[in-house]
Design a binder for this molecule. Structure first.
Ligand SMILES: [Zn+2]
Length: 248
């Protein structure tokens, strides 16, 4: 189960604010005087995020992929997907490593892949999508099938000597127009925009953000996996909260 973050989200600063005490604790053995005061955010859930890589994520300062308002929702798709559910915000988070029965019914999922290996960020069509870190365009394209990613960009980043890939799915068509493989960008740069149904695989507008230690072959990654493949998948598809912070 995810841990609610209480709606007090400070996207650009969470990892910085929270990473520094953690680092200090690790490197200098600080005492209990470092206990957060009431006006500082605590770190709900982040210590629960598994990191099978050699990357020390807490030592980096990452940018938010979507700038979220304070009142965003955290969705629960464990009982399936209700297209007509009541929404309380235009923005919302779909959780990583969540089993979503009945949500992936088109042929490509084979009826058995329903464990989500990315993190969804629901936002209005046209919302800018930012690079979480310095990097380059690794690949991009259009996956046109119903239920697929639509327009997708995969970026490549290097952290602590490790190559890390990030898929951004369900983007608008103009996100990939004029893009070039190998193009460099810095953290926080706008690399795309949230797409509409006709260009995003026919989903409600959102970005599927997925981290991979494995080099993708093309502009694709399995966004959901079967029970059987879950353990293996969790070794290569990292929890996006490692770079997005404890947004749930
Ligand atoms: Zn997704």
């Amino acid at each position: 189960m995810g841990i609610e973050f209480g709606g007090k989200h400070e996207p650009p600063r969470i990892l910085t604010t929270l990473g520094v005490p953690l680092l200090a604790l690790t490197l200098f053995g600080c005492s209990s005087s470092d206990t957060p005061t009431p006006d500082q955010p605590t770190r709900p859930g982040l210590e629960l995020v598994q990191n099978p890589s050699k990357i020390n994520f807490a030592s980096y300062d990452f940018s938010p992929v979507i700038i979220l308002p304070p009142d965003y929702e955290v969705y629960d798709f464990t009982a399936g997907y209700d297209e007509n559910r009541e929404r309380h915000s235009d923005f919302g988070i779909g959780r990583f490593n969540e089993k979503r029965p009945g949500m992936y019914i088109t042929d490509q999922f084979g009826g058995i892949r329903d464990i989500h290996m990315g993190l969804d960020i629901g936002a209005p069509v046209g919302t800018p999508v930012h690079a979480f870190f310095d990097g380059e365009i690794y690949t991009f394209g259009y996956n046109p099938d119903e239920g697929d990613y639509g327009n997708v960009i995969i970026t490549k980043h290097r952290l602590d000597g490790v190559d890390l890939y990030a898929l951004h799915g369900h983007l608008s068509a103009d996100s990939i127009t004029g893009l070039q493989v190998g193009q460099f960008f810095s953290a926080g740069s706008v690399i795309g925009f949230v797409g509409d149904r006709h260009e995003n695989g026919n989903w409600n507008p959102h970005v599927h953000f997925q981290l991979s230690l494995e080099r993708p072959i093309t502009h694709d990654m399995p966004g959901v996996v079967s029970d059987e493949n879950r353990a293996d998948a969790l070794q290569k598809y990292l929890d996006p909260r490692l770079v997005l912070g404890p947004i749930y």
